[in-house]
Design a protein. Structure first.
Length: 300
């Protein structure tokens, strides 16, 4: 595995339950305890785990690295993948063997016995953390790390390039307009957006990750880029789209495609895009994405 420079790389940490399907093993852990779980993992250490929700995303990130290095072998602005686990090192052998089986280029495996393993994220320079545990995600967000909760689901094999879909408010942008909507309704939110049209929105929890992704994206022309990014937002384009676009321009963040859904379900457009991962703060939108087989991550 090519050693990455964490000061320049886009470091992504995933838990074992995010990258592999460990639902049966997790059930065993909850019902029989840590020792029985460890015995099971050691007994099956040569049996590869099935892919989990974030698996295709990590595979596609690896593809991006290959394309970047083809273009410039000295490039250091690469994806750097770290697996963070509460497994003991002994039961972690199965995790390492599974990564090898699938040819995943993972630079670091961290097997941590501490209940709150998120305390190690900042020291590794993590820019995005994906976990199947809500407490993990909330702890990471409190530590200032962009984080999202993945829900285990059957994920279809998807092709490259890497496709990432972001919701707008409370994901890329701050939740200021959401707050106005909750207090004053749709009409109040529309009036607020019109009054604030020239003022860029505040940054949301995944802005830093999106900006780093955009920096990598700029190394290629649009037709040859191994990365495609999308904005799929419940905002209506006529009344609330201009400020979103102006904010992206102010940030210098180029998005390949933007869809202003005006409150319509996002599932059908996501089924067409077939992203490797979709970030949203609305659980109903996550459910809609899951219904069409799209790997989804909730930003609480």
């Amino acid at each position: 595995v090519l050693q990455k420079d964490p000061s320049e790389a886009l470091v992504i940490a995933v838990t074992t339950r995010a990258i592999f399907n460990l639902e049966e093993e997790h059930k065993l852990y909850l019902e029989k305890g840590k020792e029985e779980y460890a015995r099971h993992q050691q007994a099956n250490q040569d049996k590869p785990l099935p892919p989990g929700t974030a698996f295709a995303f990590i595979q596609a990130a690896q593809y991006v690295n290959e394309k970047i290095l083809e273009s410039n072998p000295a490039e250091k602005n690469l994806f750097d993948i770290l697996v963070l686990s509460n497994n003991s090192p002994e039961s972690g052998i199965r995790i390492i063997n599974s990564a090898k089986h699938y040819g995943l280029e993972i630079s670091k495996f961290c097997f941590v016995s501490d209940e709150d393993s998120t305390q190690y994220l900042k020291s590794h320079g993590v820019k995005l953390f994906l976990s199947a545990d809500r407490t993990d995600v909330c702890n990471a967000l409190r530590r200032g790390v962009s984080s999202a909760l993945v829900f285990q689901q059957e994920v279809q094999a998807t092709s490259t390039p890497l496709r990432v879909v972001f919701d707008g408010d409370a994901v890329l942008f701050s939740d200021e307009t959401d707050q106005v909507f909750r207090e004053q309704g749709l009409e109040g939110a529309v009036q607020y957006e019109r009054a604030m049209e020239a003022v860029p929105m505040g940054e949301g929890p995944l802005k830093a990750f999106a900006m780093h992704l955009g920096k990598m994206r700029k190394k290629f022309s649009q037709d040859k880029s191994p990365i495609r990014t999308y904005l799929v937002t419940a905002r209506g384009g006529r009344d609330m789209g201009v400020r979103a676009i102006k904010t992206l321009q102010e940030w210098g963040l180029a998005i390949d495609e933007a869809f202003f859904m005006d409150g319509a379900p996002k599932g059908p457009i996501l089924a067409q895009i077939q992203p490797h991962i979709f970030f949203d703060d609305g659980l109903h939108n996550i459910q809609g994405a899951q219904d069409v087989g799209v790997p989804s991550a909730w930003v609480p």
